[in-house]
Design a protein around this ligand. Structure first.
Ligand code: RB5
Length: 149
C-alpha cells in the first residue's frame, strides 16, 4: 500500500520510527516531513498528506503531532478525509471496520513506539466491514461536507 506520512516537531521522532516499520512490512511511503525539532505548524503537514489521499496519489495517510489532536482536527477539514485519532488497538480496528478511515492520527507525547507500531499495523491491515449500516452513517457524515460547501 502507498501511504503518506507527516508530522510536526512534536511528532517527527515517532514518524521516523514508524516509517522504517512500514517499509519493513512492504509498504511504499511518501514522507512530507518534518524532520527535526524546529517548531513548525501541524496544519502545514496535515494538508499535503490529506491532499495526497484525496487525489489518489496514496491510499492512506498517517499524521503525528504531540497529542494527535491538532493533526486530526486539521485533517478532518479536508473534504473526503475521515481521520481518526487512535491510541489503542481496539479503536484502530474499529475505526477501519466502522468508519472506513483513510487517515490515522497519533500523539508522540501520548504513546510509545511499540504501541504505535501495533496500532499502525492493525489500522493498515483491517478492511472496512462493508456493513450497510456503517456505509449509511459514513454517507451521512460525508453529506455534511456537501451541505456546508
Ligand atoms: C506542539 O507543541 C503541539 O501543540 C502539537 O504537536 C499538537 O499536540 C497539537 O495538537
Amino acid at each position: 500500500m502507498k501511504i503518506a506520512i507527516g508530522a510536526d516537531h512534536a511528532g517527527y521522532r515517532l514518524k521516523d520510527e514508524i516509517a522504517p516499520f512500514l517499509l519493513s512490512l512492504g509498504h511504499e511511503l511518501v514522507d512530507v516531513g518534518c524532520s527535526c525539532g524546529d517548531s513548525v505548524d501541524y496544519p502545514d503537514y496535515a494538508v499535503p498528506v490529506c491532499d495526497k489521499v484525496v487525489s489518489g496519489e496514496v491510499e492512506r495517510g498517517i499524521l503525528i503531532c504531540g497529542t494527535g489532536i491538532g493533526m486530526s482536527i486539521a485533517a478532518n477539514k479536508t473534504a473526503g478525509i475521515r481521520c481518526a485519532l487512535v491510541h489503542d488497538m481496539f479503536s484502530a480496528k474499529a475505526t477501519r471496520e466502522h468508519n472506513n478511515t483513510n487517515v490515522l492520527a497519533m500523539g508522540e507525547r501520548v504513546i510509545g513506539p511499540g504501541l504505535a507500531q501495533e496500532i499502525v499495523k492493525i489500522w493498515i491491515e483491517t478492511p472496512f466491514s462493508e456493513g450497510e449500516r456503517h456505509k449509511n452513517r459514513i454517507h451521512k457524515v460525508m453529506a455534511i461536507e456537501a451541505h456546508q460547501s
